[in-house]
Ligand binder design. Sequence first.
Ligand code: FE2
Length: 432
Amino acid sequence: MLELILRHCTLPDGRTGIDIGIENGRIVAVEPALAAQAANEIDAAGQLVTPPFVDAHFHMDSTLSYGLPRVNQSGTLLEGIALWGELKPLLTQEALVERALAYCDWAVAKGLLAIRSHVDVCDPRLLAVEALLHVRERVRPYLDLQLVAFPQDGVLRAPGALENLRRALDMGVEVVGGIPHFERTMADGAASVRLLCELAAERGLRVDMHCDESDDPMSRHIETLASETVRLGLHGRVAGSHLTSMHSMDNYYVSKLLPLMREAGVAAIANPLINITLQGRHDTYPKRRGMTRVPELLAAGVPVAFGHDCVMDPWYSLGSGDMLEVAHMGLHVGQMTGQDAMRNCFAAVTTTPAQILGLEGYGILPGGRADLVLLQARDPVEAIRLRATRLLVLRAGKTIASTPAATATLQLPGRPTQVDFMVSRDGTQRGG
Ligand code: FE2
């Protein structure tokens, strides 16, 4: 007798009619018509069961601070950075913890159970670091929070930033961050990449830099990041976040860059919601989209994840922790409308970021942790189209969130009484 069986599941890889057996918080069987019984059985009714959503790029120290101390009137990156500078001295640890915990509640409700968050280390008090380390422990039973020591004002540009970053790592922050395009010169940017990669190599840590978040095609710090990854043997442990300058780069140069990234084992993290709004702001028309070259990176064999980046903070006044909204935007901005491309967008908010974060026990396979999300959709493409309702969210086999199915009731003569926005495979509208 097992603890729990989810029956009649469709999996993201396309398998249908699958039963998932769970015991002691772990998946013990994934097969059709599982010949076992359980104390608790849930009928997925052919709907999609996925491992949880994973956000590879977020800023939890600023989330839900929208309007503090004022709103971003222009909606631009530069006003956002200025606003963050105004907010930082006003931050208290209690308020930071409270906002971060509130965001984690939203995340859980949306089936988002792992987040890599950057934390600004430029404030010598390291107040945000302490707050998020506390939050990491508080949420550990239900959400994996991985922290990146992020020198927002530049590790070389801001006095004391390198020392603060080292202190943050000593305190238990687990990933080395950076922002080379924000250093004062190209040479300083490259020097910052070198020294931060060396620091990560010394300490055996992963690296995730805000890299080339600019429309300047000459911003080429990703090249240095990839070559340092090779030089220091950091293969598979390094990610470049944003990489928006790649959108504007010369095609010949990119044809050399992509194989270098592939050989270095560097991953790319695009942030479509944020970069479609923040990039191209100096353009009139035509106006560049600014997102990095996602289909081309994938074709070259570079893993690409999508991050949410911001939710209701100085840079972005929208968002709700919904990684399907992120995938939806990424799909549109990248023109990823082919069948495989749409499935890659789903992978970019599930399996690919799980691999980038190095999550243990992730995935629907025997031995994996029973972290699962039941969606009101029949496949990954439908999940993205509908930003599907998270009917159930399980952590280690226990339900930690649920949402009623999204069904509208109609009162129209001669028409169905309900719609759920799904179309039967024979092309007719489902509903009663
Ligand atoms: Fe970011």
